[in-house]
Design a protein. Sequence first.
Length: 207
Amino acid sequence: MGEEKQKKKDALIELIQEEMKKNGGFMRTAQLYELHMDYRKIQKFVEEGVLERIKNGCYGMGFSKQSEEDMVAELFTDGVLCMESALYYQGYIAVRPACWHIAVDKNTSKSRFKMKYPLIQPYYAEPEVLKLGVEKIAVGSREMWIYNKERMICDCLKFEEKLERNVLQQAVLMYLREPQKDIQRLMEYAKERKVIQKVQNRIGVWL
């Protein structure tokens, strides 16, 4: 490769790195096209190891060297950790699930979850309830949204068929032992999530 050609290539790689930093560590095909790259050049960069294909139509640089937590936090800045993932990060279960359980806007593109790694289990939520009861938590070296304990328990009861029975029982027991539990807030969320009867049956009898 000629010196001038190499300089242009190095400048392009530097530009891609800068744009990726602005874009959360990855870029989509259309964004690479905006940098005057075509499909053939993208494929060549993938073959050379300059770019990594994260999933169809999505590329990163050094992405596979990141921790799984950092990958998820970068890819799903709009998502909320829920169900078993929330139970783990809230300290209710000891082992992190193999699959990441993430609540997202129901209008989001389903193609976002078509990836071999990390494994994602999406829960599609109405936009008006997606951020109900969220808080920020450290995940890897970044932060993610997660449901607070009251919202988490309501969702576990709402989708109890998706949980193993012993996991649900442990979650309810852990919540009952919570010194900082907020029963008023729990009932407000239970009303919103339409699980008042379940909350009264599983939790109310012990209060």
